[in-house]
Design a protein around this ligand. Structure first.
Ligand code: MRU
Length: 356
């Protein structure tokens, strides 16, 4: 297993130890490395809602352990009451953020593990939930590594690679999705340059991607979102690779706001545009991008920079956290089973319909 040595200088996204969930508070990176214990269902909900833990795969793992945390007060109750409470607590955690499908995916997996288990006591069922959450966690690490191996062939010597937001180690519990091929290529000694979009308004690209790639010793340059097309026009970008929060059955996908503009610029400048994601991000029940719910966040994220106001008081604001890119702009999906190309509707279903 290669992942631990590549990420040895980066704090872990989350840890489950002694029946306790600890998460790295990503709102405070890169300035401060603060790990906090989340000990109640409400604290888990807030950690996800406030993006202390964020990134689709990491949210899925956090929700799975979060459900264990939420059920800790009920370990002594009757098994039927425990099961009823479990369903209700899962629905509560699922309401923390709407767009990344991994949140609901992780919780559904926990509920079906509980359904399959014919435990006679609540404690026994609780232990089964912890075992399932550990399994989801370990799988996430492996999925990232498999995505990295399949995406490695895309990273050619001396190329410029652009990525948006953070689909990195911090967005998962492994090598990341979009970053996994980059980490593996770097590990092999291949020279290449990465451009990290800063990603307004919460700066995941600047605070997280630029940080984690720099810590790993990868050649990374930070740019503002508005620079991407200009960099392409100068021939500096040979490949764009991003993550995803939800991929619909026809291959349309939601990712951090700004992804759509990048995909359109790639089409114009003939730059390959790849999406890296595990099967836990596929939502084959959603037919196309029009049905994906886009999270709209508070105006303050747009009207201030840190604590400093940067817009007139009372200004009207829109702040959708994600956008939807049509499948026609996607060159390929880098998944744990290989690179998937058009026709996505057919290929995603035949590759992942049964697999999931
Ligand atoms: O709002 P965030 O920071 O959770 O948004 C994260 C993204 O949009 C990532 O690109 C996506 O979750 C993929 S993470 C592997």
């Amino acid at each position: 297993m290669i992942a631990p040595s590549l990420l040895s200088n980066l704090p872990a996204t989350l840890v489950w130890e002694d029946d306790t969930l600890r998460i790295l508070d990503q709102r405070r990176l890169p300035g401060e490395t603060v790990v906090e214990t989340v000990a109640t269902a409400e604290a888990v909900w807030r950690a996800i809602h406030e993006l202390r833990v964020r990134g689709a795969p990491a949210i899925g793992v956090a929700a799975a352990y979060g459900l264990c945390v939420a059920m800790q007060p009920y370990r002594d109750t009757a098994i039927d009451a425990f099961r009823d409470r479990l369903t209700e607590r899962a629905a509560y955690l699922d309401s923390a953020r709407p767009t990344a499908v991994n949140l609901g995916w992780g919780l559904k997996r926990m509920l079906s593990a509980a359904q399959r288990h014919n435990a006679t006591t609540s404690l026994e069922l609780y232990d089964a939930l912890v075992a399932e959450a550990r399994c989801i966690h370990e799988e996430d690490r492996l999925l990232c590594e498999q995505i990295g191996r399949h995406g490695l062939s895309l990273i050619k010597p001396n190329m410029g690679v652009l990525t948006h937001c953070n689909a990195g180690a911090l967005a998962t519990t492994g090598l990341g999705t979009a970053t996994a091929p980059l980490y593996l290529a770097h590990h092999e000694g291949r020279p290449f340059r990465v451009y990290a979009d800063e990603t307004r308004p919460l700066l995941q690209g600047a605070r997280l991607t630029a940080y984690e790639l720099q810590v790993a010793g990868i050649d990374v340059t930070l740019i503002t979102d508005g620079m991407a097309a200009s960099m392409m026009s100068q021939g500096l970008i040979d490949l764009v690779i991003v993550g995803a929060d939800r991929v619909a059955a026809n291959g349309d996908f939601a990712n951090k706001i700004g992804t759509l503009s990048l995909a359109i610029a790639c089409k114009h400048f003939n730059v390959p545009f790849y999406v890296a994601c595990p099967s836990s991000t596929l939502d084959l029940e959603t037919p196309d991008g029009r049905s994906i719910v886009i999270e709209e966040r508070g105006a303050a994220e747009v009207t201030s920079f840190g604590a400093r106001p940067t817009a007139p008081t009372g200004i009207k604001v829109r702040n959708p956290a994600f956008d939807v890119t049509p499948h026609t702009l996607v060159t390929g999906y880098v998944t744990e089973l290989g690179i998937v190309s058009e026709p996505y509707g057919q290929n995603l279903a035949s590759m992942f319909g049964a697999h999931r």
